[in-house]
Design a protein around this ligand. Structure first.
Ligand code: LLP
Length: 421
């Protein structure tokens, strides 16, 4: 469910018309709906009801400060994967006591910063990282709260590139080594063992593989407890999928929570959840203007002012985002377009043979479900400025990221003095 709908043929975000937003802020433009963020957070929180749980929003999905502040105000925690994300989360008002730090490659500086901040949990993914964490914590006279991310050897996810739970993936410690590594962790001076962590992939629409992974985790927790390893938390990662096209019906948060309750049975444990896409995906759209319609060799290209640098998912994962005209006219003929951007790469194509109401130069189109892994993955290839982001709340709209000027884009680059003298 989201708050993007047509009113009198014009696409709206809550009470704001997307045409007005584009006129005011320019294109390409990311548009986010506060009501949708709030709704998604609440639906998930309600689904877990009285179960002791921390929703640690996965900052990587959309790390805009306006978005983080919206979620912070709802009581969200944060799942971060870098010191930069931790910095953002705390600046936006998420307390360190609700932050978990994930990722395979934490640097010594990142670990130190997180210990100084006093975060809730480190999700550790290897033995060398475990030693490093213990050493740094011990040198600071403290103990790091730890979960080990186990790799359950269950594969899932919407695309091969976003699947993480199989043996071949770099993530987590090997399933069969888990118990011995927990014993090692118990023996280290800078570690306080707290939990077990798992994350098997992203855009998972069928709960079967998740269930398989979670069942393994629950049995591991029982075994660890019988070995006197004091596990009090399970971090179930993120991964719940969303509908990208009308008619798609992925597992709902309620079904997800029900499955988890069933798998936990009578196990008394605190849960940590790291949802990213489920919170942010359908809370944002990406708006672009048609520059040209180019007809050639029997194909019709709609050339947009947005490129793969602004929205990478189609080029990277062959993802198809539903595309809608911002002004819809049911009388227009529906025509197949190749939807492309201005970048000098053949992969700069959002969709091929995409049926759309006839569009013309100057018209606006909207990529739906672009709130997660959209703006955050954008870059400045072809020296195209990172585009604007706008957050809407009812009839209010705020520019929550302004694009850099050309001067700002080159400000941190230096021409060596031997070329200037
Ligand atoms: N926790 C961990 C440890 C993760 O690696 C991820 C995502 C999440 C939580 C959040 O997963 P979510 O609930 O959003 O599925 N760029 C890709 C998705 C990459 C996901 C990476 N990890 C895409 O655009 O589809």
């Amino acid at each position: 469910m989201h708050h993007f709908e047509y009113r009198d043929g014009v696409l709206h975000c809550e009470d704001m018309s997307v045409t007005d937003l584009a006129a005011r802020f320019g294109t390409p433009l990311y548009v986010y709906s506060t009501a949708t963020f709030r709704r998604h957070f609440k639906v998930l929180a309600d689904a877990f009801g009285s179960q002791r749980s921390l929703i640690a929003y996965s900052v990587k999905a959309n790390s805009n400060m306006g978005v983080l502040a919206t979620l912070a105000a709802m009581g969200s925690g944060a799942d971060v994967v870098s010191a930069g994300e931790m910095f953002r989360a705390m600046k936006a008002g998420i307390p360190a006591s609700k932050i978990v730090f994930s990722g395979v490659g934490k640097s010594a500086e990142e670990i130190k910063a997180a210990l100084e901040a006093g975060i809730y949990q480190f999700n550790v993914e290897s033995v060398p990282e475990l030693y490093r964490l213990s050493e740094i914590a011990a040198s600071m006279d403290t103990k790091a709260p730890l979960a080990l991310r186990v790799n359950p050897h269950v594969s899932a996810g919407g695309h091969a590139h976003i699947s993480t739970g199989a043996a071949e993936h770099k993530f987590g410690i090997a399933w069969h080594e888990a118990k011995s590594i927990y014993e090692l962790a118990m023996s280290l001076p800078g570690i306080e063992v707290k939990g077990v962590d798992v994350h098997i992939g992203s855009q998972i629409t069928d709960l079967t593989p998740m269930r398989a992974a979670f069942e393994k985790v629950v049995s591991l927790v029982r075994e660890l407890r019988s070995m006197n390893v004091p596990i009090t938390r399970i971090d179930l990662g993120g991964g719940l999928g969303i509908p990208y096209r009308e008619g798609e019906t992925p597992a709902s948060p309620a079904q997800y929570a029900e499955m988890i309750r069933d798998v936990l049975g009578d196990l008394d444990v605190e849960l940590i959840l790291e949802p990213g896409r489920m919170i942010a995906g359908n809370a944002g759209i990406f708006v672009s203007k048609v520059e040209y319609i180019k007809e050639r060799d029997g194909r019709r290209f709609a050339i947009l002012d947005a490129g793969m640098n602004d929205l990478m998912r189609p080029a990277l994962y062959q993802a198809v985002h539903e595309l809608k005209p911002v002004i819809s006219n049911d009388d227009s003929p529906v025509i197949d377009y190749d939807i492309v951007g201005p970048i000098c790469e053949s992969t700069d194509r959002f969709a091929k043979d995409y049926p759309l109401q006839e569009i013309h130069s100057g018209d606006l189109v909207a990529f739906m479900s672009a709130g997660a892994y959209g703006a955050v993955m954008s870059n400045q290839y072809n020296t195209r400025p990172i585009c604007a982001e706008v957050l809407v709340d009812g009839d209010k709209a705020a520019l929550v990221r302004k694009p850099p000027t050309f001067d700002e884009m080159i400000a941190n680059e230096v021409v060596p003095e031997w070329l200037t003298t």
